[in-house]
Design a protein. Structure first.
Length: 409
């Protein structure tokens, strides 16, 4: 199934994600233990976010211009060396760690641009949906196991051990990436003007291919509507409004992850590329489940706390399944639609827009929660999702579902 290059990439990515997940849990714990300040934790979050927002477009050009495999390998090694250095030099004060957070964000931005452009070239087009589902499944495993490992390792060896594990993981990832066979003709950047010209070329491509622009805008709208619900509204609903215990709260997140894993397994084992043709059906399935959760959260449904908990668990599993059956086809379609030589720039623009719209949506929801109930915000998002999905299905289904690589619109 699939090929050697794909599995080398997958193993390398999995190793680095586990290491990063460990540090991603340990670092906030360390900062909070040292300062007892949520504001300082916000500073560390911004230190990771801001460099990505600023450098993403440039990173996309670099990912299209330079040897993508070399970028992956050397940026992983550089991150490993950086983390080893701070342990060796005992630079574990908050100021040093903040600087490291900024440097890791910069290196990670250029790394992400390279792999997002390179990865779809490692598999055949008809296997891309299956490959994406495997990558997502591995990511789900790290999201489940990483926080547990991070908490245990931090309790056992503190921030030093967590950073050491992450450093080792970057070297392990780089080792697997060295073995990937991938050829790419480098075109070094001669001056700043070439960066701007490459960016304009990527934007011109997006304007010329209506199918890609439509799919990007649709994905961004859904991201804007539903990410704040999952990140802000549901946690408030579970913990504050319903009073679920911390164990119940965690198990609801696990139920969603299990559902996503099952959805990805369905694509891997049975659907493959056919999942792309089910996009709108799965979208409506996801919206129906969102409507059921909205109803459960409303005052019109009266249940005991344990009954509400079991009801949400029962919905979260199929919700995770449909989420996987939506996300994988959208990503697969975008990867197929964008030529390899432009992929770094186009995907960097998409990531930039996603990073911009998500905080905006969360900010709006944060303010709106002062005036609206949780179920009302969920209803607004669900109704908005239904309206935009019906509009797209009636007007653009043929364009989006029928788009094939190399066919201009």
């Amino acid at each position: 199934m699939l090929n050697r290059n794909f599995w080398l990439y997958t193993l390398g990515r999995f190793i680095s994600q586990i290491g990063w997940a460990v540090q991603d849990v340990a670092l906030p714990l360390y900062v909070l233990d040292q300062t007892k300040s949520g504001a300082m934790m916000s500073v560390f979050v911004m230190a990771e976010l801001v460099p990505r927002l600023i450098l993403n477009p440039i990173a996309g050009v670099v990912g299209d211009r330079y040897n993508r495999k070399a970028l992956m390998v050397w940026l992983d090694i550089a991150r490993g060396i950086l983390l080893f250095s701070i342990i060796w030099l005992n630079l574990l004060d908050l100021k040093s760690l903040l600087i490291v957070q900024i440097l890791m964000s910069i290196l990670g931005t250029f790394f992400s641009a390279g792999i997002s452009a390179m990865y779809p070239d490692l598999v055949e087009k008809e296997e891309l949906a299956k490959a994406n589902s495997i990558i997502q499944s591995a990511g789900i495993v790290t999201r489940i196991a990483g926080p547990i490992m991070g908490g245990v390792l931090y309790a056992f060896g503190g921030i030093r051990l967590a950073i050491l594990i992450n450093a080792i993981s970057f070297f392990g990832s780089g080792l697997f990436e060295m073995l990937i066979h991938y050829e790419w003709e480098s075109r070094k950047i001669g001056n700043v003007g070439e960066v701007w010209e490459d960016l304009k070329e990527g934007l011109s491509f997006l304007k010329a291919r209506k199918s890609i622009s439509l799919l990007l805008i649709y994905a961004l709208i859904l991201n804007f509507l539903f990410n704040p619900i999952g990140a802000v509204v549901l946690p408030y609903l579970y913990r504050v409004q319903f009073g679920f215990s911390s164990t119940q709260f965690g198990s609801l997140e696990t139920a969603f992850m299990v559902g996503m894993l099952l959805g990805n397994m369905l694509i891997m084992g049975k659907l493959g590329s056919r999942a792309e043709n089910l996009l709108f059906k799965c979208l409506f399935g996801e919206l129906i489940l969102a409507g059921i959760m909205t109803l459960l959260a409303s005052p019109y449904v009266r249940m005991e706390t344990w009954q509400l908990y079991l009801s949400f668990v029962a919905v979260q599993v199929p919700f995770g399944i449909t989420n996987a059956l939506v996300n994988v086809p959208i990503m697969t379609k975008l990867q197929k639609m964008v030529p390899s030589e432009l992929r770094g720039r186009v995907f960097s623009v998409f990531e930039l827009l996603a990073m911009g719209t998500t905080p905006l949506g969360m900010g709006i929801v944060g303010v709106a929660m002062k005036y609206l109930e949780a179920y009302q915000l969920m209803a607004v998002a669900t109704i908005g999702g239904v309206i935009i999905t019906v509009y797209y299905m009636l007007n653009y289904a043929t364009i989006i579902i029928g788009e094939r690589e190399g066919e201009p619109f």
